[in-house]
Design a protein around this ligand. Structure first.
Ligand SMILES: Nc1ncnc2c1ncn2[C@@H]1O[C@H](COP(=O)(O)OP(=O)(O)OP(=O)(O)O)[C@@H](O)[C@H]1O
Ligand SMILES: [Mg+2]
Length: 449
């Protein structure tokens, strides 16, 4: 750690400098406040230890300057007088601690150790917060056309309160999109509550969402506040909405329309201010057609439809996503494992489990990478589902008569030649390798003037 020592008393200065150097600190020492100030201006220090009583520029002035110029720097002041007031004043100006002279060098070392510990925790905290940001899933990664478009839409849609229906295969990032809508919108300080409709038994879902009054049913020993009330001011994310029980759908429709709920077993209406975002893996319209989903609810939910595209349709995002997951797993140094060969294999794979599968794959890569034949393991995984180039199915179509067909084709090629030469007949004729007269008469025949 780089440390600046400012002390006008020669013996104290030399003793302290030596002790600190022995402990591994990189010490710069100087005698006056003026010198000290120069050093602060020209060099960066993590710690400054300064005497308070210095000629001209005092330790307090130095402290104020240091706080301006190097905000992260910790300052310890020393005072020869047991004048606690000046020392306390120094604390007010942001000094980390003070030492009353005379003190043993050990005392200073102990204070410095505290700073060290503090800094370590602070660094860890910054690091953890960064990673938490990744874990909280606010960042949508991707540079593909589809993702850029999606992000653009999210930014616009986030600002209002309309219901959003997110459709996409498993693992495409539907919940991530929902979170982004919440975080980029005015409800950011409210709660974001996700709930999976297919994971909760039908009879529980109602009281989970709308709450129940005490005694509403056997076992309802206490009043239960439901998710709609708890998400007040925030966002409720209903995943797998296609699994939402038919009988409950009308109740959901009512919240969306009236913005109020009634607890199970209750009579009074309770106002709720909640944005609802729903997601589904299946085509809801089909369920409506099969009368498994209420049409009115579908219309109400489908105000703004968003689509989370499958990963196989945007394979160019694979490198960015993979790198992101290495960082998310705190294994940035292993990004190098993504060699061109590995990436190529990854791009040949179809990722039926989409981004979630890719995330798991990266985790596996990190876990296996210390083994000798890790590549083979992973390649085996990837090639088990490698896409076999699909035979392009040409649909059998009906042709008109030979004459008509040829006429069409002739028209096509002649029009092209004319467009290409901007209507210059001579040039168009030579472009097709025909005598000018032949070209002309053909034009007339084809009704192309
Ligand atoms: N574009 C992306 N950028 C970064 N991470 C992503 C992206 N898409 C998905 N993920 C990550 O992949 C994982 C799966 O995403 P998410 O849970 O949002 O998918 P889902 O569509 O809701 O899945 P399911 O259909 O199974 O509920 C999450 O960890 C998410 O953070
Ligand atoms: Mg989900």
């Amino acid at each position: 750690m780089k440390l600046l020592l400012v002390e006008d008393e020669k013996i104290t200065r030399i003793t302290l400098a030596n002790t600190l150097a022995d402990e591994g600190y990189r010490v710069t020492s100087c005698e006056t406040g003026v010198e000290g100030l120069e050093k602060i201006k020209s060099d960066k220090f993590e710690i400054i230890v300064a005497d308070l009583r210095l000629p001209k520029i005092s330790g307090l002035d130095l402290l104020k300057e240091a706080k301006e110029l190097q905000p992260g720097c910790k300052v310890i002041v020393m005072t020869a007088y047991a004048s606690v007031e000046t020392a306390v004043e120094a604390l007010k100006y942001g000094a980390y601690d003070y030492l009353i002279k005379p003190f043993s060098p050990d005392k200073l070392l102990a204070t410095l150790n505290n700073i060290r510990r503090f800094k370590k925790i602070q660094d860890e905290n910054i690091h953890l917060k960064q990673r938490l940001g990744l874990f909280e899933n606010r960042t949508i990664i991707g540079g593909s056309r589809q993702i850029l478009k999606l992000m653009e839409t999210i930014k616009v849609v986030a600002k209002n309160d309309y219901t959003v229906l997110i459709q996409g295969e498993s693992g495409t990032g539907k919940e991530l999109v929902a979170r982004a809508l919440h975080f980029y919108g005015p409800r950011v300080n409210g709660a974001f509550i996700p709930i999976n409709c297919s994971a909760i038994p039908e009879n529980l879902l109602e009281s989970e969402l709308f709450g129940h009054e005490k005694g509403a049913f056997t076992g309802a020993v206490k009043t239960h506040v439901g998710l709609f009330e708890r998400a007040d001011g925030g966002t409720l994310f209903l995943d797998d909405i296609d699994d939402f029980p038919f009988q409950l759908q009308v109740k959901l429709l009512r919240v969306l329309q009236e913005k109020e709920i009634t607890r199970v077993g209750g009579t009074k209406s309770i106002k709720v201010n909640v944005r609802v975002i729903v997601a589904t893996k299946v085509d809801l319209q089909e369920l409506v057609d099969e009368s498994k989903f209420r049409q009115d609810l579908y219309y109400r939910l489908n105000i703004i439809p968003l689509k989370a595209p499958p990963l196989r349709d945007r394979k160019e995002d694979i490198p960015l996503l993979a790198e992101h997951f290495f960082i998310k797993r705190d294994a940035k140094e292993k990004v190098a494992l993504l060699t061109p060969t590995v990436l190529k294999k990854m791009k040949n794979y179809d990722w039926p489990g989409n981004v979630r599968e890719l995330e798991n794959f990266v985790e596996r890569m990190i876990a296996l990478s210390d083994m000798e034949d890790w590549e083979n393991e992973l390649f085996a995984y990837l090639s088990s589902g490698e896409t076999i180039p699909q035979q392009v199915e040409t649909e059998e179509k009906d042709y008109p008569t030979y004459e008509i067909f040829l006429g069409e084709k002739e028209k096509e090629i002649f029009s092209w030649a004319i467009r290409k030469t901007k209507g210059n007949v001579s040039k168009a004729a030579s472009l097709l390798g025909l005598p000018r007269s032949t070209f002309r008469s053909k034009l007339e025949k084809l009704n192309l003037e």
